[in-house]
Design a protein around this ligand. Structure first.
Ligand code: ZN
Ligand code: ZN
Length: 417
């Protein structure tokens, strides 16, 4: 007998709370919304229920809504877009310092803000990034057990399944989310544990190799990405500084590490569109020299993409490089989700902007300046975009300059276990 939607949603919420967050009894849980999360209330409520059943002390929800942001961008004065109430940072820091768990709900209509003024959007985004930087810096030190998960909303479903009536599109997108999150397996939590085990074995292999660089080749791509010395491949599971094992992002298929932000050279072409604050950027390429973006071209959204790379000094450099086999369930679904949480787990990807301190040995103990000195990028942004496909090869370059295959035609070229 197949499960009802409510049963599936409740299994999904349990997966988020138990595998994603690994919420500890007595912990507070802070749920932050990204985009039009008010419409994602069914998921937020299910997650809160699951969290209380797991022993949460208190569940707090910071709602946000794309429609409110849209009104502000259209009708508020340009100067006022810099304003961020101070209590926002205080509240985040209060929860962070009490070791609260953090759930980010992604529930965004990827095109709702497409026609808004890009200058205004950049001003507003910068103001929020600057105001919340202490919290994001704190978070990057690896002290918080957190995860990100998606809630289906009508505006998102319509983008993914434009030919279906709205209710059918929502239902179909939920079923797709459940499928790629392995919710329909007999025991989703056990299925995740063995999946995570396989990712951890890949990590171990790559960590032992300590490649000096990766060389990506594919249609429109010939890119060499230097890796920092003593880099750590991460993915599957994260461990907080207090030792809580959690799974950042559900679903997750990637293993990722720290590029050297001064040793990236060549050209890279995205293999999927990128959604930035409600605008789609399509068919884009970037060229790099000595780690810095030299040129950006896009068939759609070029000015938004260029603005993004000019956001700050680090926005034109890489902070993450990630490997995902083309056979991942998300890739096999053949669906473009217009949502990085899913699309980044369909393909090899890189990110412009901040590096994750934990992706280098002892990185969380380094200051920003120390991290930057060893090649770890610093920025107020972190934006992933997809470069992998069934036609991509990846070579690992060893310190002596010799190369060995890491991926061939989008699949792992080495065995583990
Ligand atoms: Zn990633
Ligand atoms: Zn990333």
């Amino acid at each position: 007998m197949s499960s009802t939607f409510e049963e599936q949603l409740s299994k999904y919420a349990d997966l988020i709370v138990r595998v994603g967050l690994n919420l500890q009894p007595g912990q507070n849980l802070l749920v932050t919304g990204v985009g039009s999360s008010v419409e994602a209330a069914p998921l937020v409520r299910a997650a809160a229920e699951s969290a209380y059943r797991a022993g949460a002390n208190y569940v707090d929800v910071f709602w946000s809504d794309q429609y409110l942001l849209q009104s502000r961008l259209r009708y508020a004065s340009a100067e006022s877009l810099n304003y961020v109430p101070a209590w926002r940072l205080k509240a985040l820091m209060e929860y962070a310092e009490q070791d609260a768990a953090l759930l980010a709900v992604f529930a965004e209509d990827p095109t709702l803000l497409a026609d808004e003024n890009p200058e205004y959007m950049a001003v507003q985004r910068r103001a929020v990034s600057e105001a919340l930087k202490p919290f994001n810096d704190y978070r990057r030190k690896g002290t918080i057990n957190w995860t990100g998960a998606a809630g289906v909303i009508p505006g998102w479903a319509k983008q993914v399944f434009p030919d279906l009536p709205p209710d059918d599109a929502v239902a179909k997108l939920w079923q797709t989310v459940f499928e790629v999150c392995r919710i329909n397996e007999a025991d989703p939590i056990a299925a995740w544990q063995s999946h995570i085990g396989r990712i951890m074995a890949r990590r171990q292999y790559l960590n032992a190799k300590q490649y000096d660089a990766l060389h990506f080749t594919g249609p429109g791509t010939d890119l060499k990405v230097g890796l920092v010395a003593n880099h750590r491949w991460l993915g599957g599971q994260g461990e907080t500084t207090q030792g809580i094992l959690h799974t950042p992002n559900l679903p997750t298929e990637e293993t990722f590490t720290m590029p050297h932000c001064e040793r990236v050279d060549g050209v890279v072409t995205a293999s999927k569109p990128l959604s930035v604050s409600g605008t789609l950027i399509r068919e884009f390429s970037m060229t790099f020299a000595d780690g810095v973006v030299q040129n950006v071209t896009a068939n759609q959204g070029e000015s938004i993409l260029r603005k993004l790379t000019e956001f700050d000094e680090g926005a034109a450099r890489l902070g993450e490089v990630a490997l995902v086999p083309h056979s991942s369930p998300i890739s096999q679904s053949g669906i473009l989700f217009y949502n990085t949480l899913f699309d980044e787990n369909a393909a090899n990807h890189i990110a412009i902007g901040a590096a994750y301190a934990e992706s280098v040995e002892n990185g969380t103990k380094l200051s920003k300046e120390e991290l930057r000195a060893i090649g770890g990028n610093d920025s107020m942004i972190h934006v992933d975009f997809m470069i992998g496909s069934a036609e991509m090869n990846v070579d690992g370059i060893l310190a002596d300059g010799s190369a060995e295959p890491v991926m061939r035609n989008g699949e792992w070229a080495f065995d583990v276990m």
